[in-house]
Write a protein that binds this ligand. Sequence first.
Ligand code: NI
Length: 173
Amino acid sequence: MALLPILTAPDKRLKRPALPVKQVNDAIRRLMEDMAETMYHAQGIGLAAPQVDVPQRVIVVDVEYGKENGGSHPIFLANPEIVSREGEVVWNEGCLSVPEHTSDVTRIARIVVRGWNQHGQEVIIEAEGLLAVCFQHEIDHLDGILFIDRLSSLKRSIILRKLKKHKSDTKQK
Ligand code: NI
């Protein structure tokens, strides 16, 4: 396993749509494992392959991590797709690619997600609450969408300006 560098906004590589996975093979499984390790190390609850500069439709989520009696139970999905949607919810979201910012985002409250697991088997997952929000956030990444793209253009430009400054400050160090 290996820790992968996480891209941070603004970065063009976060904006390009990811390609479907043709087959869940050893290379994809290695990517999934590396993504999980990277996510846990960064104390995130979700990560999408474009965030580690791999333009493929692969995500990992674990919204239970860090809870009491927790342990790690990552859900790996290749080619995740939302096949059913119900209701609306507002959630305060953050993102490993948007460091030090959170914002309220309107999402679908209950969804059904379909995809392939790490064994290449089709799985269907019903989700609500944080898990549903997390799936939507990660699937957005696969389409080149960050949560700040779902905010007003004013809010987005304020955050992007701070992120740019943060990047140039970090480079100078
Ligand atoms: Ni994110």
